[in-house]
Write a protein that binds this ligand. Structure first.
Ligand SMILES: CCCCCCCCCC/C=C/CC(=O)SCCNC(=O)CCNC(=O)[C@H](O)C(C)(C)COP(=O)(O)OP(=O)(O)OC[C@H]1O[C@@H](n2cnc3c(N)ncnc32)[C@H](O)[C@@H]1OP(=O)(O)O
Length: 364
């Protein structure tokens, strides 16, 4: 259908806005700026904001994009927005048709390396230059990889990191690109994403093992409470600087950590941000076993290959009986943590901490 000859109605416009939220793949900053500027032009007309300062990079880019639309009529902007979303949806749909459903191969991922051999599906976080920080795309890809692994013919699934870090946790630049609906909408969408993401770990049906190759921060630590075994290099450290970031615990850690390590030890980690060595984390029960870094990969993979030869159905059923009676509780905890965190993301404490990190004033 040639849409340029048509006029997009308010309903078309609202549908397009909803479609944008459902896009599975990040369309990239350039497209997002275009969407932002067309949205603003369609709803408010020509740019009416004072020009931001040169150091306010994100708002300056947004202002430039909106201002560049000059006196484009609101109706035309609305139509262009609808057309852009429609082209975006179909191009992203057709790319997912190339590698449909759960058959996605390792090469189909931008942020992961996924391989399956010797009865083991290995999901490797693959943003080593960013210390394997989890950006929005990586959250989606991990969910996709877990869903595929739950149905493939491997016996066990392993999560590990590429490079010197296991993961530095949530990518703090996730906070920077604000949608047309503002920070409230961003926080709401973040909470929906987080809930779905953690839910995939709660529901994962096969033995799930973490191979912690180096330091782990934030959500990459809290999730460990949902794994069936955690093997760590003696180079690894475990750190959840939530209070430093004005945030609160996630990954069901407000429930699993006090059970695993006692309420007081959980408080030291989750409230005071105490960093544990691998040995300490093992003594607290968060880590199953620690290996010298020099022999870590060899020893762990030898052990995992032996585990993967065990009868898969027996392992699945045994996991079920160990974990299932907690599942409902874990989903309720997850929902509550996400809702609390949604509020925290809007707090000055959180915003200031993120700005400090991004402007290179602090590391955690
Ligand atoms: C409302 C929005 C919601 C969005 C959706 C989110 C949904 C889920 C949220 C779940 C919440 C989880 C909470 C957490 O995970 S809290 C933990 C967050 N992580 C951190 O605070 C760590 C920050 N990073 C650091 O402190 C340091 O980088 C480091 C890990 C100690 C490593 O220091 P080092 O000196 O060795 O290395 P660099 O700092 O030079 O790092 C190399 C480059 O990598 C970038 N980097 C590293 N970690 C992150 C990160 N977490 N976020 C963004 N970027 C990161 C770093 O900036 C360097 O980049 P550069 O080379 O471009 O400068």
């Amino acid at each position: 259908m040639n849409r340029t000859a048509m006029r997009a109605s308010q309903k078309d416009f609202e549908n397009a806005m909803n479609q944008v939220k459902l896009l599975k793949k990040d369309p990239g900053n350039e497209v997002k700026l275009k969407l932002y500027s067309l949205y603003k032009q369609a709803t408010e007309g020509p740019c009416n904001m004072p020009k931001p300062g040169v150091f306010d990079l994100i708002n300056k880019a947004k202002w430039d994009a909106w201002n560049a639309l000059g006196s484009l009529p609101k109706e035309t902007a609305r139509q262009n927005y609808v057309d852009l979303v429609s082209s975006l949806s179909s191009s992203l749909e057709s790319s997912s048709q190339v590698e449909p459903g759960t058959d996605r191969k390792s090469t189909g991922y931008e942020t992961l390396m996924v391989t399956s051999e010797d009865g083991i599906t290995k999901i490797m976080l693959n943003r080593p230059t960013k210390k394997n920080a989890l950006n929005v795309e990586m959250y989606h890809e991990i969910m996709h990889a877990l869903k595929a692994a739950s149905k493939d013919d491997s016996a066990i699934t392993v999560l590990t990191g590429n490079g010197d870090y296991y993961s530095s946790g949530n990518d703090l630049t996730n906070f920077t690109d604000i949608p047309p609906g503002g920070v409230e909408e961003k926080a709401k969408n973040g909470a929906i994403l987080l809930r779905e993401f953690v839910g995939c770990f709660i529901d994962f049906p096969k033995p799930l093992i973490a191979v912690v190759n180096g330091p782990a921060v934030g959500i990459s630590v809290t999730l460990l409470g949902l794994f069936d075994a955690v093997y760590a290099s003696d180079r690894a450290t475990f750190h959840t600087p939530f209070s430093h970031l004005g945030q609160s615990p996630e990954g069901c850690s407000s429930y699993t950590f006090p059970k695993i390590m006692s309420p007081a030890k959980a408080t030291e980690m989750l409230v005071f941000g105490k960093k544990l060595t691998a040995g300490e984390a093992c003594a607290q029960g968060l880590v199953t076993e620690v290996f010298p870094d020099s022999t870590f990969q060899k020893e762990v993979w030898t052990r995992l290959k032996a585990f993967a030869k065990l009868p898969p159905n027996a392992m699945r059923i045994s996991k079920e009986i160990i974990r299932n009676r907690e599942k409902e509780k874990l989903h309720a905890v997850n929902a509550e943590e996400c809702s609390v965190l949604q509020g925290r993301w809007l707090s000055d404490e959180c915003m200031n901490a993120v700005v400090n990190f991004l402007s290179r004033k602090s590391k955690l």
